[in-house]
Design a protein around this ligand. Structure first.
Ligand code: NI
Ligand code: MN
Length: 226
């Protein structure tokens, strides 16, 4: 399967069976994404961690062309449905088997409000079990001790986690999060999109190396085989 990282929290998973899953597709107004929404040709599912504009992003615009199923916590799924889109309602702690694999939402310490000011339920992280790999996209969150439990219960292969500080964990808390979750590979996200969240991913990588863990810093727009 392939993981493409657009920048910020936005990424795309393409499974070996050809399913395309977009997560937090904030592209057109994202100054760091080399890919814009009109370049996204096929999407089967859109997973939203929460409703902030830098996560819901271009989801509806993309969905108008590609007709995906939205996967989000109940309140945000209802918001998607009320805008005319197909949604699968879930909530934190619950898992469901889709045709591409399993999704389970986790807690995240953050907020969630739609760009037009509506309450969108709790923010979330997401665990994706696809073709034998477990990917943990933490969403926007501060550091929390339950990450230890998430790591204990799931043999996580790839952990995507914010390092940009201000709205989320900064580098040092993110290193602690990697220690708690103990993934095979950590991938930093949610940094350097704007001045308040400037962070050096190589400093993060160095600090993750120092605790004996692997970190991959993905270029914005890059795709890797996972
Ligand atoms: Ni946010
Ligand atoms: Mn954010």
């Amino acid at each position: 399967m392939k993981l493409r990282y657009f920048s910020h929290s936005a990424c795309q998973i393409t499974t070996n069976s050809g399913k395309v899953i977009l997560i937090d597709p904030f592209l057109d107004d994202n100054p760091t994404s080399p890919v814009k929404s009109n370049e996204i040709k096929r999407v089967d599912y859109i997973v939203l961690t929460h409703a902030h504009g830098d996560h819901i992003g271009d989801a509806f615009k993309i969905a108008d062309r590609t007709e995906p199923i939205f996967i989000c916590v109940n309140e945000l799924a209802n918001y998607c449905a009320s805008n005319g889109y197909t949604a699968h309602n879930m909530h934190i702690g619950g898992a469901y088997n889709f045709d591409f694999g399993k999704i389970k939402f986790t807690i995240a310490h953050h907020g969630s409000q739609t760009p037009d000011g509506q309450y969108a339920g709790e923010p979330a992280g997401v665990l994706l079990t696809i073709e034998g790999k477990i990917i943990y996209h933490t969403g926007d969150t501060g550091l929390f001790l339950d990450m230890k439990l998430i790591g204990e219960l799931n043999n996580i292969d790839y952990m995507l986690l914010p390092i940009g500080d201000n709205f989320t964990m900064g580098i040092d808390d993110a290193v602690k999060a990697v220690e708690f979750v103990n993934p095979k590979v950590a991938i930093p996200i949610h940094y350097s999109t704007w001045p308040p969240i400037q962070a050096d991913p190589n400093e993060f990588k160095q600090k993750v190396d120092n605790i004996g863990k692997e970190c991959i810093v993905m270029d914005f727009g890059a795709e890797i085989e996972i």
